[in-house]
Design a protein around this ligand. Structure first.
Ligand code: GLU
Length: 446
C-alpha cells in the first residue's frame, strides 16, 4: 500500500505556525516515501467553518510550496459516517445515552471527590428498553457512545515510541451528539480508512484520541494506520501558541516579509535532531527528512531565529527567483547586477524597494560638507562604469582632498544614497550612473 498521509485542518481560522508545521511534516513524509498527501477539511462544524478559511488555508499551503494529491471535505461525506455508525450499532459498539450535560458533570464531580478517575460509568448501557422508551418520551434525544473494548491498546508511535493505554481508563467516547451531528472522532477514522491513510501524523493534543480511534479502526474491520504525535510548539518564552494565534498566522508573517523557504526551513528542523539551517528548496528538505529525528522535547518557535533564516534565504536567492517578484512589486527596471548588489543587505524582499530608488529613481541626498562633495563631483570619471570605478574615484578624491577612511567614504555614501549604510558602493555606483551621482554630490534630489 503506498504511503498516504493527510493534513486535516478545521477551516475555522487561519493557519498558524503550529498547524503549518504539522502540514509540512506530513508533506515531507509523503514525498520522502514517494507517497500521497491529502488535504482534508474537517468542516463538520457548520457554524464555525467558513469558506474564506478554506480558501485562506489553500493559499497558505500554496505559499509554503505544499501541493496535495487529493482534497476532501468532511461535510460532503456525512452519509459515509452514518453508514459506519449503523455498522457500529449493529455490532453493539454504539449505544444511546440520555444524560444531560449537568448530570454528566455531577457524576464527574462525585468521582473526583472520591478520588476516582472521571471515566463515564456506562449507566446508559444498563438501561432497559422500557427505560429508554420513557426517556425518549420525555423528549430526550440520545447521544451515542462507542463502547470501548476494555483491553490494553498499544501502538509504536513514530515520535513517542511504545505507547500503551488501558482502555478502561478512558471514557467511552461520544461519537454522535444529541442533535445527530458527528464529533471529530468517527469521521476521521472513516476517512482514514476510505482514503487509505497509512500514517497519521498530528499534534500531541490528539494523543488521547488514538486509543479509541485504534479500536474504531478495528471495529470497522480495518487495520489501524501508524501514528506519530508531534509535541506542540511553544513561543520563545515556553508558552503555548494558542494565546497569540493572530500574530503567528502565516498570513501575517507573509505580510511581514517572511519568505516561505525561511518558514519551512525552520519548521522542518524545529524539534528534530537536525541543525536549523536555511535550505534553498523543498527538494533539499525532502532529501534529508526522517521522522525519527523528531523527539518528544517541546520545540520553541522563536521569531528571531526565523528572521535570521529569512536573511540567509534572501542572501542566497538567485535572480531568477527574485527578479520576477521584484518586477511584480513594480520594480520594472530591476537587473541581475542590482539584485546581486543589494540582496546581502535585506531583511525582507520589500526592502529592495529603497535600494531600487537609490539606483533608478529620485532620493534626497544627505550632504554633510558641500565643499567636499562638490569637489568629489568634479572628479567623477567618464562612463562606462563598472565595479572598479568606485576605487579609482575615491583614490582620486583622497589625493585631491587629503581625506581618508570614514571622513572620505561616509560623506560620499550619504550624498549618493541618502543613507549611512547599505550595500557596497562599488556595486551601487555603476547602477546609479554618472548623471545622478554628479547631481547628488552637489545636493540635488534626483
Ligand atoms: N481536525 C483535526 C485538527 O485540526 C485533525 C486531527 C487529526 O489529524 O486527526 O486538529
Amino acid at each position: 500500500m503506498p504511503v498516504t498521509v493527510r493534513f486535516a485542518p478545521s477551516p475555522t481560522g487561519l493557519l498558524h505556525v503550529g498547524n503549518a508545521r504539522v502540514a509540512l511534516i506530513n508533506w515531507l513524509f509523503a514525498k520522502a516515501h514517494g507517497g500521497y498527501f491529502w488535504l482534508r477539511y474537517d468542516d463538520t462544524d457548520a457554524e464555525r467553518s467558513k469558506p474564506e478559511y478554506v480558501a485562506a488555508i489553500a493559499e497558505d499551503l500554496h505559499w509554503l510550496g505544499l501541493d496535495w494529491d487529493r482534497k476532501a471535505f468532511q461535510s460532503k461525506r456525512l452519509s459515509a459516517y452514518a453508514a459506519a455508525a449503523e455498522r457500529l450499532k449493529e455490532a453493539g459498539r454504539l449505544y444511546p445515552c440520555y444524560e444531560t450535560p449537568e448530570e454528566l458533570e455531577f457524576k464527574r464531580k462525585r468521582q473526583l471527590a472520591r478520588r476516582l478517575p472521571p471515566v463515564y460509568d456506562r449507566a446508559a448501557l444498563k438501561l432497559s428498553n422500557p427505560e429508554r422508551a420513557r426517556l425518549e418520551a420525555e423528549g430526550r434525544q440520545p447521544h451515542w457512545r462507542f463502547r470501548l473494548d476494555h483491553a490494553d491498546v498499544r501502538w509504536d508511535d513514530l515520535v513517542r515510541g511504545e505507547c500503551h493505554v488501558p482502555a478502561a481508563s478512558v471514557s467511552d467516547p461520544v461519537l454522535i451528539r444529541g442533535d445527530g451531528t458527528f464529533l471529530y472522532t468517527l469521521p476521521s477514522v472513516v476517512d482514514d480508512i476510505d482514503f487509505g491513510v497509512t500514517h497519521v501524523i498530528r499534534g500531541e493534543d490528539h494523543v488521547t484520541n488514538s486509543a479509541p480511534q485504534i479500536q474504531l479502526f478495528q471495529a470497522l474491520g480495518a487495520p489501524p494506520p501508524a501514528f506519530a504525535h508531534l509535541p506542540l510548539l511553544t513561543d520563545a518564552g515556553g508558552q503555548g501558541l494558542s494565546t497569540r494565534l493572530g500574530s503567528l498566522s502565516l498570513q501575517q508573517m507573509r505580510g511581514d516579509g517572511i519568505e516561505a523557504m525561511a518558514m519551512v526551513s525552520l519548521l522542518a528542523h524545529l524539534g528534530s535532531s537536525d541543525a536549523i539551517e536555511a535550505r534553498a528548496s523543498l527538494v533539499d528538505l525532502v532529501a534529508e527528512f526522517d521522522i525519527t529525528h523528531f523527539s518528544r522535547a517541546t520545540p520553541r518557535f522563536d521569531p528571531v531565529e526565523l528572521a535570521h533564516l529569512n536573511v540567509r534565504v534572501l542572501h542566497a536567492m538567485p535572480f531568477a527567483e527574485a527578479g520576477p517578484r521584484l518586477m511584480a512589486m513594480g520594480l520594472i527596471a530591476v537587473t541581475e547586477p542590482f539584485w546581486l548588489a543589494v540582496r546581502g543587505n535585506l531583511a525582507t524582499l520589500a526592502e529592495a524597494m529603497a535600494w531600487y530608488r537609490v539606483c533608478y529613481a529620485a532620493i534626497t541626498p544627505e550632504i554633510e560638507d558641500i565643499e567636499f562633495t562638490r569637489a568629489a563631483a568634479a572628479l567623477l570619471p567618464p562612463e562606462p562604469w563598472d565595479e572598479t570605478t568606485w576605487t579609482g574615484f575615491t583614490n582620486a578624491v583622497k589625493a585631491a582632498t587629503g581625506r581618508k577612511g570614514r571622513a572620505l567614504f561616509h560623506p560620499l555614501r550619504l550624498a549618493l544614497t541618502g543613507r549611512g549604510d547599505g550595500p557596497e558602493l562599488k556595486n551601487l555606483l555603476p547602477l546609479i550612473g554618472k548623471a545622478r551621482a554628479e547631481k547628488r554630490l552637489v545636493g540635488e534630489a534626483v
